[in-house]
Design a protein around this ligand. Structure first.
Ligand SMILES: Nc1ncnc2c1ncn2[C@@H]1O[C@H](COP(=O)(O)OP(=O)(O)OP(=O)(O)O)[C@@H](O)[C@H]1O
Ligand SMILES: [Mg+2]
Length: 289
């Protein structure tokens, strides 16, 4: 479905050219959920922005990116707009910065339909209401008429997801989509992504610092270190048998008991890595999504 070859991301500055992604290659299958992990500054965001054609203006991109046979790297920024929101969509960490505060939710959710389809306003509204229901927002009709500040953080993230999936994209890219949310809401959003992956056969490229989330959500994981892929494999492989020192360090960097972390989310780390045994009989975050 997605094929990335020798992807390079450089930044131009007064000091010269600074390469932050060093020719990485990987591919994704239809329906795959691929996790992208790596420490801060390792190039995760720049990698996915390049794929989505949303790199900063001072970035220089090299290599080839092919989505279902179409070579995106050959498209101009303008041509790339026909792909954005239709074939590839992106959800970011903080929905408040991606949503327009002065525009009603309905209009924002319909945006991609306005760009990519010839649907009438009534048809767009019907599709938007359906999609708001698909992302499990209660009372879609009311949400449709609200402004972003009238919603909670979790609801806003659902709205962002609705806007991203309304044209049924092949690939959804999610860059730390749940980091700003509390643990319970986080779990609900992950469950939703898993559902959309299953029901819409949408592939998901999912960035997270949180290896616990990656383990629960993803089929495969790719580990990025200073702009290079150092490891790629199934979730089981990487978590049970990390071959790279760096991956072992990332796993070891998972919060320890010393930091006094007591949330359910972090209990899963303890459970998984055997740091601590606990009774999970009433753990609502557990189980298949
Ligand atoms: N607009 C920019 N101009 C110059 N350098 C940039 C720009 N954006 C990012 N970088 C650099 O690119 C490198 C990779 O950044 P990137 O945002 O991809 O990291 P990341 O893995 O997503 O980190 P985090 O986990 O903190 O989000 C960093 O060294 C960063 O300083
Ligand atoms: Mg990032």
């Amino acid at each position: 479905m997605l094929d990335v070859k020798d992807l390079v991301v450089c930044f131009r500055s007064k000091e010269g050219i600074h390469e932050v992604v060093h020719g990485i290659s990987f591919s994704m299958e239809d329906g795959e959920i691929l996790g992208l992990v790596g420490e801060s500054g390792s190039g995760k965001t720049q990698t996915v922005l390049a794929i989505a054609g949303l790199s900063p203006i001072n970035a220089v991109i090299g290599g080839t990116i092919t989505l279902n046979g179409q070579e995106l790297s050959l498209l101009s920024r303008h041509e790339m707009r026909t792909v954005q929101g239709r074939d590839i969509s992106m959800v970011f960490q903080e929905p408040m910065t991606s949503l327009n505060p002065t525009m009603r939710i309905g209009r924002q959710v319909e945006e991609a339909l306005r760009i990519h389809t010839k649907l009438s306003p009534e048809e767009r509204k019907a599709k938007a209401l359906q999609t708001l229901a698909d992302v499990e927002l209660p009372n879609p009709e009311a949400v449709y008429n609200k402004y972003p500040h009238e919603l909670s953080g979790g609801q806003r993230q659902r709205v962002m997801i609705a806007a991203a999936i309304i044209c049924d994209p092949k690939l959804l890219i999610a860059d730390e989509p749940t980091t700003a949310l509390d643990v319970t809401i986080q779990a609900q959003i992950l469950k939703l992504l898993k559902k959309l992956n299953k029901t819409m056969h949408m592939s998901i490229l999912f960035i997270s610092h949180d290896l616990g989330i990656i383990r629960r959500l993803c089929d495969n994981v790719m580990v990025l270190k200073s702009g290079d892929i150092v490891e790629r494999g199934s979730v089981d492989q990487i978590f049970n048998n990390p071959t790279e020192e760096y991956t072992k360090r990332l796993i070891a960097a998972i919060p320890s008991r010393k930091r006094g972390i007591t949330t359910d989310e972090h209990r899963s780390y303890y459970e998984y890595f055997g740091f601590l045994e606990y009774d999970d009989s009433d753990d609502e975050l557990e189980g298949p999504f």
